[in-house]
Design a protein around this ligand. Structure first.
Ligand code: UDP
Length: 324
């Protein structure tokens, strides 16, 4: 299936029109095999953690990956150990502050939007925005919510998770999440099927007393970036790219368990002023590191580097440079 779909996509693609081709993630990585005489530079952008891959799957990908001119990973430790990869560059992803998901939304507008989904805007809300995936741990989020609610009986929980088209296991886990919520009227399980789009995700993040991302494994965790950008007190699992975004105690809360997650939420609800200070510092950190202008600069520097041009003052991080 992998080979067949890569061939079908390659048929639809005319590489002669382009100087640079960027291919994202493993699914279309083998398209490059169909362009042996390409004049374009090919770059593979990997969004996932390949530090401990299923070796037999990686072995299928490696011959294709070896053909690329460069590969990009979020973090140095995500690069698989293999002599057969192109030069690996390291930079994190970014969010677009002008996109509907991240544009400034007033508290009133956010409340107006979440109200349409049944949220009682007189009462506080915790939200996790995530695909329905065991590694995002929505069941753990429900458990943490139940602990916090013992102290704050009016608390509500939003689990906002689109059903990704490339995630066939999503439905199964969605059903498990619904079952775990056990008909609790204060737990709102919403998705794109309820007409949740980018602006609605934005509104849930802006309206929430705390944004959660209680992952137990994570690539980068863009929902954390989004929460911080909205000056939200953000509570997230100490995994993957999340610790590179949150300095625990400084710009948010890093947690390793349901109990720690609940304790962080209790702290936020008890001391909103202190929580807001962390949110403000978190937003500043995102401004400096994870917005699209930085991403654009990295891309342009890499294009220049591949063309043998000066990359100006931009230092591109490669894995070997990082190790040194
Ligand atoms: N997202 C969304 N609607 C949802 C669930 C997720 O728009 O119902 C978005 C979310 O805002 C973020 C992205 O999907 O921009 C998820 O990225 P992340 O790195 O957090 O996790 P991934 O799904 O890539 O593992």
């Amino acid at each position: 299936i992998f080979q067949r779909y890569n061939a079908l996509n390659a048929d639809e693609f005319d590489d002669s029109e382009y100087d640079i081709v960027v291919v994202h993630d493993p699914q279309p990585a083998a398209m490059i095999d169909h362009f042996p005489d390409s004049h374009a530079r090919w770059i593979w952008r990997c969004h996932i953690d390949l530090s401990t891959p299923n070796e037999s799957v990686l072995d299928v990908l490696l011959p294709s990956l070896a053909r690329y001119d460069a590969a990009i990973f979020h973090m140095p430790q995500y690069v698989p150990r293999s002599g057969n990869l192109p030069e690996a560059f390291i930079w994190p992803p970014a969010i677009d502050p002008l996109a509907p998901k991240n544009i400034a939304l007033s508290a009133e507008d956010a409340a107006y939007i979440v109200d349409q989904f049944g949220i009682d805007v007189q009462r506080p809300l915790l939200t996790q925005v995530s695909r329905f995936d065991p590694w995002k741990d929505p069941l753990g989020v429900i458990d943490a919510f139940r602990i916090v609610r013992e102290t704050h009986p009016g608390l509500q929980l939003g689990l906002v998770g689109s059903m990704a088209h490339d995630d066939p296991e999503g439905w199964d886990f969605y059903n498990q999440t619904v079952e775990h919520a056990a008909g609790d009227p204060d737990i709102f399980i919403l998705s794109n099927l309820n007409n949740i789009g980018s602006v609605e995700v934005n509104a849930f993040q802006v309206y929430s007393a705390a944004v959660l991302q209680k992952s137990i494994r994570e690539g980068f965790g863009l929902t954390v970036t989004e929460g911080l950008w909205k000056v939200r007190p953000t509570v997230a699992g100490r995994v993957g790219g999340i610790p590179s975004q949150i300095q625990d105690g400084e710009t948010g809360w890093l947690v390793d368990s349901v109990e720690e997650c609940a304790a962080a939420c209790l702290e936020i609800l008890a001391e909103p002023g202190e929580a807001r200070s962390r949110g403000i510092r978190g937003k500043e950190y995102v401004r400096q590191h994870f917005l699209t202008p930085r991403l654009l600069r990295d891309w342009l520097a890499l294009f220049n580097r591949l063309d043998g041009n000066d990359t100006g003052e931009t230092q591109l991080v490669t894995v070997s440079a990082e190790a040194a």
